[in-house]
Ligand binder design. Structure first.
Ligand code: ZN
Length: 88
């Protein structure tokens, strides 16, 4: 992990301003979602990218019952469902 040599204070509402250079480097625009991770004594911020609930890919996906599922997993489920159906 690389230090940017930037120290910022947390404000009364828990907010920290991210340096503009960092936002530009990560392509973060105002209102973009950011995912927050905690790693022992570290807080890690990552530009949020929705992923398939089954395989974690960020590729083409459909939303089914409020869950994101990639087209590859949808195809695998269809084949699995056909196989199960034919076995009955
Ligand atoms: Zn998937």
């Amino acid at each position: 992990m690389k230090s940017l040599g930037v120290i910022r204070k947390v404000d009364e509402l828990g907010r920290v301003v991210l340096p503009v250079e960092t936002r530009k480097r990560l392509g973060l625009e105002p209102k973009d979602p950011v995912e927050i991770f905690v790693e022992r004594d570290r807080i890690v911020l990552k530009k949020y990218e929705p992923v398939c609930i089954f395989c974690g890919s960020t590729g083409d996906a459909v939303i089914w019952k409020d869950k994101r599922v990639c087209k590859r997993c949808v195809e695998q489920m269809k084949r699995g469902a056909d196989k199960t159906y034919n076995e009955d």
